[in-house]
Each structure stands twice: as structure tokens, then as C-alpha cells.
Design a protein around this ligand. Structure first.
Ligand SMILES: [Ca+2]
Length: 256
């Protein structure tokens, strides 16, 4: 599972490098010498209508690293089917987390990966990762996500998005919505299904200083959902991105 996660991180890194040409935005708040180890960079909460359980990942729990041509990035991950993170509150076992990961890359890119199981009651989950960075003017946003629903009980299942029928949101500067995606899901007995909403990109007019990737959904009792969401904010000019992509393709050809 660790290797799979590393693969996802590597894919996102390559995507980021291709789109932006070069890593040009510093992650001073995330990986710089003044970064606060207590800063929460990833949070998950579960609510069953009676109680709420939360788990937070601070900067200090993860690692900063850098790779040539990509720049610096922070990441943290957890995967365990047998020993999940239990989200509890008010003496209740509200939901389980079997997988959770986040990475924040220069340029910047914010991504979250999750695997959760609802408790004995229908459970609402919120999983969110956020990063701030030096202001960018009129950048291009790229939102990409996918998630799944599996019924484990044999009574069918539903996943209902918390953003007006969508379960993933890419937002910036705190509360400004860039794009919502990933439709409501439903399955029959022991069924499994996956969201099909396409990726989305577009120019964000004005100054952008933070990016947030959030999943929010209600999940039927004891059922399972997993997903990946990525929000990239690519500095202009966009032509640099095309040149970067072309350069990467040429580099790949040369190395074959
Ligand atoms: Ca079910």
C-alpha cells in the first residue's frame, strides 16, 4: 500500500511539473524554516448525527522532501485494513479510517487520498487538506478527483455529496469555490461503483494565496468509500505549461 501511495505522489509530481514548467512557488508555510509543526495540514471528521470524531495531521507528523525539477513537497500517509484509525466521540465508535494520505507540492498542488467505513449509523465524513503560498495572479486551476462506494452489508448503499450533490470541492482563499465534482453514488446488495465526473480546469481571476481539497459526503451504515482528490493551481502564463509538457514528452522520448 505504501508503494501505491508513493506511486500516486510521483504521478502527481510529474503532472505538476508538466503543467507548470518548473517549480516556482515556495511552500514557505509548509516546508520553510519558519513552518509551524503544529499547523494542521490534513483533517478528517466523522459525524453520525449524535457525535463527532476527528483526526488531524499536523505539519510535524509528515515529511518535507524535494526532487530535482519538481521542487519541495510535504507528505503524510496511513494505510491499514487491520488496524484502522478509529474516529470516536461521546463514547461512540463513529467511523473507521483505513487509508488517509495527503501531499502538498510546490507550484502548488494539494492532494488527498482516503479510505473510510461508516459505523453502525449513517455517517457523514469530511476530509480536507489545505496549503497557503505566495500570491499568484490569474492562475489556472485544475481539479481532478474520483471516489467509490461499496456496500458491505447486503442492503445496498448510498454516498451523498455534501456540496449540493457533489462530494469533492476544490476551493481557494478559504471559502471561494473553484469547482465541485463527483456525483452521488448508490449501489445494490454488495455492489461497488465509482464516480465518473470529469476533471476540470479554468483560470481563476485575481489573486490566489491558498488551495484546499475537500471531500464531504454522507455514507450509508457500515459501507465503504475510497477516493483521491487533487487541486493544482498553476501559475500563468499558461504557455509555460505547454512548453513544460512538450519538454517532458521530449525528455521521455530521449530516455526510451
Ligand atoms: Ca449498506
Amino acid at each position: 500500500m505504501w508503494m501505491r501511495d508513493r506511486g500516486k505522489v510521483a504521478c502527481a509530481l510529474v503532472g505538476a511539473a508538466a503543467l507548470s514548467g518548473s517549480a516556482s512557488v515556495s511552500l514557505a508555510d509548509v516546508c520553510g524554516p519558519g513552518a509551524d509543526p503544529n499547523q494542521v495540514l490534513l483533517a478528517i471528521s466523522a459525524n453520525n448525527g449524535q457525535n463527532t470524531g476527528t483526526f488531524e495531521v499536523t505539519q510535524g507528523m509528515g515529511q518535507c522532501d524535494s526532487e530535482p525539477g519538481v521542487g519541495e513537497f510535504w507528505f503524510w500517509s496511513f494505510f491499514s485494513q487491520t488496524d484502522p484509525i478509529v474516529l470516536s466521540g461521546g463514547g461512540q465508535d463513529i467511523g473507521h479510517v483505513t487509508g488517509l494520505a495527503a501531499s502538498i507540492m510546490a507550484d502548488p498542488v494539494v492532494s488527498v487520498v482516503y479510505g473510510v467505513q461508516a459505523g453502525v449509523l449513517p455517517t457523514s465524513f469530511n476530509i480536507s487538506s489545505s496549503a497557503s503560498f505566495a500570491a499568484m495572479t490569474n492562475p489556472t486551476g485544475v481539479a481532478s478527483a474520483s471516489n467509490t462506494l461499496t456496500d458491505t452489508v447486503g442492503n445496498g448503499g448510498t454516498l451523498t455529496g455534501g456540496f449540493g450533490g457533489k462530494s469533492f470541492r476544490a476551493s481557494y482563499n478559504g471559502t471561494f469555490v473553484f469547482h465541485d465534482s463527483e456525483e452521488n453514488l448508490s449501489v445494490g446488495a454488495f455492489g461497488s461503483t465509482q464516480s465518473t465526473d470529469p476533471d476540470f480546469s479554468g483560470v481563476i481571476t485575481g489573486s490566489v494565496t491558498s488551495a484546499t481539497a475537500t471531500f464531504d459526503f454522507a455514507l450509508s451504515a457500515r459501507d465503504i468509500s475510497g477516493g483521491t482528490g487533487v487541486f493544482q493551481v498553476v501559475p500563468e502564463p499558461a504557455t509555460l505549461g505547454l512548453l513544460g509538457l512538450a519538454g517532458l514528452m521530449m525528455l521521455r522520448r530521449r530516455t526510451r
